[in-house]
Design a protein around this ligand. Sequence first.
Ligand code: MN
Ligand code: MN
Length: 468
Amino acid sequence: MSKKSEVTAKELKEKLFMQKKNAYLRMTDAEVKKCDKFCEGYKEFLNTCKTEREATAFVETEAKKAGFVPFDKNKKYKAGDRVYYVNREKAIILAVVGKEPIANGVNIVAAHIDSPRLDMKQNPLFEKDEVGYFKTHYYGGIKKYQWPTVPLSLHGVIVKADGSKINVNIGEDDNDPVFCVSDLLPHLAATQMKRPATEIVRGEELNIIVGSRPFKDDEASEAVKLNIMMLLNKKYGITETDFLSAELEAVPAFKVKDIGFDRSLVGGYGQDDRVCAYPEFMAVLGAKSVRRTAVCVLTDKEEIGSDGNTGLNSAYMKYFIADLAATFGARCRDVLSNSKCLSADVNAAYDPTFPDVFEKNNVSVLNGGVCVTKYTGSRGKSGTSDASAEFVGEIRALFDKNGIIWQTGELGKVDNGGGGTVAMYVANLNIDTIDVGVPVMSMHAPFEITAKADIWAAFRAFEAFITN
Ligand code: MN
Ligand code: MN
């Protein structure tokens, strides 16, 4: 007969196995209250900031109220000073000067504020069979079939020949009209439904309906287009040529909502990556005194690969850090080499309806806490920075010390697809970088899903990283 072990399997398992537990089972009632309150602010942010330009303007306004002033490379700064830098109205950096010498490095948190959407083409307005349309070119990775029959609002700017700029925001106010891409009725869609899913609606079929009443003149051709142009000329003083120097973006017009009887989830457009941007900037706003200089980056262009001078594959963040370092007489390369970065971006939340694409041991789940992603990429870790075990260990210890609810996750099964974030562009500057963000269900869809507990955990994680 075998001798019974002195420890039970249950005890041993508790000691040796990884413990995974739903965030709500680990939060006190008081913390759930704080979490829900925080998410009300987040929902307002989502409703107000649907584009990179709107997010930049909003953050600048809030930062000013919180004592941030425009960064001046000719000034001297001391611990506690708060500065910001706006890049072309599409990206913004906030910094809080730390007590330690800047040459010791800075703590960066970087999220992106652009989201998948439909951009208007340069020459967008046309009329076909007496319906007026805007032609679009989609921005970022979308499932094109998800975008027809969704009410859309128009956001952006029109720059006129004299250099003046008109801000456009139509479809958000309850009294505003909205816009829409049409789809075929099922009765006549037999042929359409045989197309491959990538082509159920093709890129050139994502035409947005913008009007249907003709200008009252029997002789004129393109009378619907003429009538629309007349209305736009009345409202904005523009002619058709002014579209050439415009950036108009169509995004879902609906508001953010709680999801579920228990209101535990947030549903809304553009949560990738504003669900990380908001906690990040709230954490920096609240950071009064920091040991290491904190740098909060809210960037553009992530959804199309981070290229372009407002994306993080450009030098703008490096130049900002170089200029800040110079005010202290420090060398930029020393600062960068000693810096650390949380690339604050979302990961795919496990979807119980579609379990096949996930590998269950390595996936983030709703209500599992903020997700730490060591590497992204695809085809054998291509296109990622892959954080070192040492840096993962450091972040793990920091989060545990601060009681932060966190999990790890990989973007789906190996070779099932993949994706990237800004992490590699920051890491390429010789900065220790790791992805830390909120899991999202239905990512890149017009209505994305996140869990309130994870959003709160992200805020606490960024706060701990900035103020540690
Ligand atoms: Mn993202
Ligand atoms: Mn994305």
